[in-house]
Write a protein that binds this ligand. Structure first.
Ligand code: SF4
Length: 284
């Protein structure tokens, strides 16, 4: 619950507030971009929600926040059923971002041959029940060592396989499927793990149906610039290697990017996404 005694006084006055435990992960600003903004390294409300739709956006931010820093002075309870939140056909934002992954987004993907959890949210009863109601989880796909969070709890609860690349596997000693090598590997029907070392040595992306690209912290969408981006100031292994990895990734068709950190993209043609990715590689 957000702490009133730590309320950030820079927030717009009113019922909604953000407390100063915020770690500035940026996640809430992706679901409530017209209400929340970064101010001196902390998130604030730039104004109070004005209607029911904006109230829902504020609740989406509150339910997602890894430090539970967003709340109301009137101590209202969140509406039920906010998450998993469908963002695209079959692709859902999980919410309940974990502090251990610095507030990274995770994704729930419904598939006829078994649903996928891509990176992990905090383990909460609400999400467990929501996943149960949607047919459970067949596989947990980890993009890299930083976004493991409560993957083991979800995998144990649902009897799911866990995939990770061998070069980041120390972060998930409980993984059932440790993938080696530098080449793309089909891991399930329509799902390919593509190694993209750079952000970390064992970073991978997951390409689903040659359309949806789950990019971990290797590639994201900059909503302000309206373009693909990568994070030089959050590259833990090698920026040069990451540049080469993303250059190779341009050989794979995708239409939409769902990131861990950073926002998700709108759907575009594979040609446009390839051109944007190649331009990003040039900028890197
Ligand atoms: S989600 Fe929480 S921790 Fe992250 S920027 Fe928003 S208020 Fe801060």
């Amino acid at each position: 619950m957000a702490r009133l005694d730590a309320r950030n006084g820079r927030s717009a006055p009113g019922d909604w507030f953000v407390d100063t435990r915020c770690i500035d992960c940026g996640g809430c600003r992706h679901v409530a971009p017209t209400l929340l903004a970064d101010e001196a390294g902390l998130t604030i409300f730039t104004r109070q929600p004005a209607d029911a739709m904006e109230e829902e956006q504020a609740w989406l931010g509150a339910e997602l926040c890894p430090t539970q820093s967003i709340g109301t002075t009137s101590r209202r309870h969140a509406p039920v059923g906010l998450y998993p939140r469908q963002i695209a056909s079959g692709v859902h934002l999980c919410g309940s971002n974990s502090r251990s992954s610095y507030g990274a987004h995770s994704w729930f993907v419904t598939r006829p041959d078994g649903n996928l959890l891509i990176d992990s949210p905090r383990a909460t009863r609400k999400l467990m029940r929501a996943f149960e109601a949607r047919g459970g989880i067949a596989a947990v796909l980890l993009s890299h060592r930083d976004d493991v969070a409560d993957a083991e709890e979800y995998a144990t609860h649902f009897g799911a396989a866990i995939y990770i690349h061998v070069d980041d596997a120390r972060a998930a000693p409980f993984a059932t499927n440790v993938i080696e090598g530098a080449d793309p590997v089909p891991i399930r029907p329509g799902v390919v793990m593509i190694p993209v070392p750079g952000h970390t040595r064992g970073s991978v992306v997951y390409l689903v149906d040659d359309r949806d690209l789950f990019s971990g912290d290797s590639l994201a969408w900059d909503g302000d610039a309206g373009d693909l981006e990568a994070f030089a100031d959050a590259c833990w292994y090698s920026w040069t290697v990451q540049q080469k990895s993303l250059g190779r990734l341009a050989g794979h068709p995708f239409e939409q990017v769902f990131a861990g950190h950073g926002s998700w993209s709108p759907r575009r043609t594979t040609t446009e996404m390839r051109e944007r990715l190649l331009a990003l590689v040039d900028r890197m």
